[in-house]
Write a protein that binds this ligand. Structure first.
Ligand SMILES: [Zn+2]
Length: 499
């Protein structure tokens, strides 16, 4: 009986998507309820790779769907969004193709800071949540999400988790995301509620407290006594590994089935450390409030698969600003979330500031479109002798250095007072934090050798026992009391980033 109803609800959702209308929230939430009913009747699903929600197009079909959604998105923007009405022609949507769209202006974080509410869709009547992130210059970036966007996002997370067996009534989910990440926080809590999962909304607490909670025996239904899934920023999870090892904890202290990270570069040694320590598979997604509902899931090969029928993903050269279409090309991700799934605060060609490499992955993930490796923040790029070294390159190179801290804290000496990352051919001065009681000279020498073998010209490497004031910031650090960060260190606000 449930199967028939599930099919009917799915068909209704698919039909609404096919005619470019928004599926009813009730239908999305009903799909989660049906998955829960299956759980109650049949027990936990087999789980594993995750069941894709949606359907697959051929590449040609996907492009046709995208072109149609793009015209829809542009028409809404020029008709209803003051910022784009002024910036673009009133008929900008007419005859636009994926190729001609590449000539449209990009929208930057500074544009949003300067024009704020002028990005609001004047016809959106269900504005629900205002989100602020602190920017790299300290000035705030604010945007809005509608009730529909938030609830559809939460229902999507709940449905994906429920059908894959990762978010079920038998699960206890501990969330150590920052409460300041309002969209993520709301969605994590709401998705757990929809899926019937017990949520422990702990936030960014000192790592010892998070570990105690993960290892605690609890009296809960379904006989699972400990937390079964934890969600946090990736480097916070790595910090849990470090502190947990220090305290002599092992995987046997936990009953985790899944560890979910995000918000940071998932360097390969981070993933190995997390999976090794917690004894559970690591999952990761790429996304941001600014590009909701566009997101990508990390596959077992470490690549991120996007569904390009909810938004257009472009890879743009950071210097020439030309589109990059070849596999292996590296540039900045530029995202246009499609109307009507995104309607409250539309952004056209949003410059994410995240670097990515176009990839070809045959893992079998059935997503429509772009596959990328995520390479970190654009502002951490290093150009030397015409070559580009990204945050990911540095993490991969320094991550294998014996005695380097975990999570990795490093800093590349700026070449000028403004603190710009080094450009041109100058050899670099690199700082790296070492683990306590390590041989600082040996760590510095090994770091230098690793950087040089990666092709960088290095003038000097200095190893520090404590985190350096200027190390590349780990976003959760500023939310902990100073004494949790070890001696001598607080992180200046100007050096912490927001998204
Ligand atoms: Zn893959």
């Amino acid at each position: 009986m449930h199967v028939i109803e599930a099919l009917a609800v799915q068909m209704r959702v698919a039909f609404m998507r096919a005619i470019l209308r928004r599926p009813a929230l009730g239908d999305l939430q009903r799909m989660v309820q049906l998955a829960r009913a299956d759980f109650a009747a049949l027990g936990p699903p087999a789980g594993g790779a995750g069941v894709p929600v949606g359907y697959s197009f051929t590449p040609a079909e996907a492009r046709a769907v995208q072109a149609r959604l793009l015209r829809h998105t542009l028409r809404n923007a020029v008709q209803n969004v003051p910022y784009y009405r002024e910036l673009l022609r009133p008929d900008a949507h007419r005859g636009v193709s994926l190729a001609s769209f590449a000539g449209f202006p990009v929208t930057t974080k500074d544009d949003i800071r300067r024009h704020g509410d002028r990005f609001l869709n004047r016809r959106c009547t269900d504005v629900a949540l205002y989100i602020e992130t602190s920017g790299t210059t300290g000035s705030r970036l604010g945007m809005y999400l509608s009730t529909y966007e938030l609830e559809a996002w939460a229902a999507g997370v709940a449905l994906a988790g429920a059908t894959a067996g990762n978010l079920t009534p038998a699960d206890v989910q501990q969330v150590n995301l920052a409460a300041e990440s309002r969209g993520d926080w709301y969605v994590a809590e709401r998705a757990a509620g929809l899926a019937g999962t017990t949520a422990i909304m702990q936030g960014t607490v000192p790592p010892r407290d998070a570990l105690v909670s993960l290892a605690a025996e609890r009296s809960l239904p379904w006989r699972r006594s400990k937390v079964s899934t934890v969600t946090a920023e990736t480097t916070y999870l790595v910090e849990l590994v470090r502190v947990g090892r220090e305290q002599g904890m092992t995987a046997a202290d936990f009953a985790l089935r899944r560890v979910t990270g995000g918000g940071d570069v998932a360097a390969s040694h981070y993933v190995r450390a997390i999976e090794g320590f917690f004894g559970a598979p690591y999952a990761d997604a790429y996304g941001a409030s600014e590009i909701v509902p566009v997101m990508a899931l990390r596959c077992r090969n470490g690549f991120y698969h996007f569904d390009e029928t909810v938004g257009l993903i472009e890879l743009i050269d950071a210097v020439t600003r030309k589109p990059l279409t070849m596999n292996g090309a590296r540039g900045c991700l530029v995202v246009t979330p499609f109307f009507p799934w995104r309607h409250c605060f539309p952004l056209i060609r949003y410059w994410t500031g995240d670097m990515a490499e176009r990839a070809d992955c045959r893992c079998g993930a059935t997503q429509n479109g772009g596959v990328f490796r995520i390479l970190g923040r654009e502002r951490y790029n290093i150009f030397q002798s015409g070559r580009l070294f990204t945050q990911w390159d540095c993490l991969e190179t320094l991550g294998g250095v014996p005695g380097a801290s975990l999570p990795l804290r490093y800093w590349v000496e700026p070449t000028d007072a403004a603190g710009a990352t080094p450009l041109g051919d100058r050899p670099l001065k690199v700082h790296i934090q070492a683990v306590p009681s390590s041989d600082l000279v040996a760590v510095a020498a090994a770091s230098r050798a690793a950087l040089e073998s990666a092709g960088l010209s290095v003038a000097e490497v200095v190893a520090h026992m404590h985190p350096h004031f200027h190390h590349f910031p780990l976003r959760w650090e500023r939310r902990l009391p100073a004494h949790e960060l070890g001696p001598a260190d607080t992180v200046p606000a100007a050096l912490t980033e927001g998204r």
